[in-house]
Design a protein around this ligand. Sequence first.
Ligand SMILES: Cc1cc2nc3c(=O)[nH]c(=O)nc-3n(C[C@H](O)[C@H](O)[C@H](O)COP(=O)(O)OP(=O)(O)OC[C@H]3O[C@@H](n4cnc5c(N)ncnc54)[C@H](O)[C@@H]3O)c2cc1C
Length: 407
Amino acid sequence: MSDFSLDLNDDQQQMQKWVHDFASDVVRPAGPEWDQREETPWPIIEEAAKIGLYSWEFIANAFSDPTGLTFPIVSEELCWGDAGIALSIFGTTLGVSGIVGNGTPEQIAEWVPECFGTPDDIHIASFAVSEPDAGSDVSSLRTRAVYDEAKDEWVLNGTKTWITNGGIDKVPNVHVVVASVEPELKARGHASFIVPPGTPGLSQGQKFSKMGIRASHTAEVVLNDCRVPGNCLLGGKEKLDARLARAREGQSSRVQAAMSTFETSRPLVGAQALGIARAAYEYSLEYAKERRAFGRAIIENQAIAFKLADMRMHIDAARLLVWRACWMGANGKQFTAGEGSMSKLYAGEVAVKATEEAIQILGGAGYVKDHPVEQWHRDSKIYTIFEGTSEIQRLVVARAISGVHIP
Ligand SMILES: Cc1cc2nc3c(=O)[nH]c(=O)nc-3n(C[C@H](O)[C@H](O)[C@H](O)COP(=O)(O)OP(=O)(O)OC[C@H]3O[C@@H](n4cnc5c(N)ncnc54)[C@H](O)[C@@H]3O)c2cc1C
């Protein structure tokens, strides 16, 4: 008997069912309301916290699965319910990944629980990297972090943009901010800082009105002489000083480590896209069996049936890419062909295409808000943009497979 299997184990199947039930009973019915309101769905985050889905214990458990599949399964199911609400629930994990990826064990133990709070006292987190002039080109960050040795404090100044959960102050919000310590060193002169909830000098700028995932809050974060204690530098000063010294000497340092962090986080974003694509496929499949034109169900036309066959094929292929990359990340495999980026790229584009095809299959009904597919199409588009645009993912894959530094 072969060791290789694509069967989910009992724990994974139970987890999948549990999250699917929550997505089906609570998340999907609420989707249109929060899309319309364009606000963070606090009551749903509270429900997720009550059942233990929004908690650091849940995240820790999911990430400890040695197959790496629990988190993509959960992400797919929740986004199958509604991607905007799912991102409101899981937006916090962006900040958490910044802490886990860069923090010391002590910082991780102190700050990760702070990011979630408790069911009676919800906290959130945000991860602030992007800036008005530094989106794809992260090396051009302008936000500065300057060390005030006398006070053992870091002083942050700059403006971040497009930040999920950014600047929300209704509940305690742990911001993880990436800033430049030595601008001459470009990306190698960056460091990550915790800005604890309520720190003076951090405020919300413009809140963006978006095309899709409208239940998820996206805003500018303004840092104006924002002072944080020395121990809020993730990884600690000694490690930063050593890294900067290596960079000044021109030695190659953690570029590979940073790459592999992205390669492990991107498939999870791909899994979210997959959830939207599957929702659209299932919905349009049912519709095509019911809807009659010219005296027969529309699925009896090859033009419609073949669309659905293609949707299913691409969704299954995307899932295999996502699962492969998650399994590789969990098992310390080297990403030699940009497999993480590849999975997010493919799943994102499949979601855009599948939701568009779903609208086409529903015809006029697909174009109006009586059916959810128009919202799902709007929601899907972000998956070719954030966590690296499709062009940037292609760049990562092209560089990885060629060994050529394609600019
Ligand atoms: C809803 C939403 C939520 C977000 N959440 C967060 C968050 O929580 N934290 C955070 O830090 N950021 C967040 N972002 C930012 C997101 O990651 C960036 O928008 C994304 O990386 C693209 O950067 P940009 O918008 O500046 O586009 P640009 O970098 O200006 O790109 C514009 C176009 O040029 C293309 N392009 C750029 N460079 C190249 C190249 N070298 N080769 C080929 N094409 C290229 C891009 O692919 C794109 O098509 C979010 C964005 C959105 C819209």
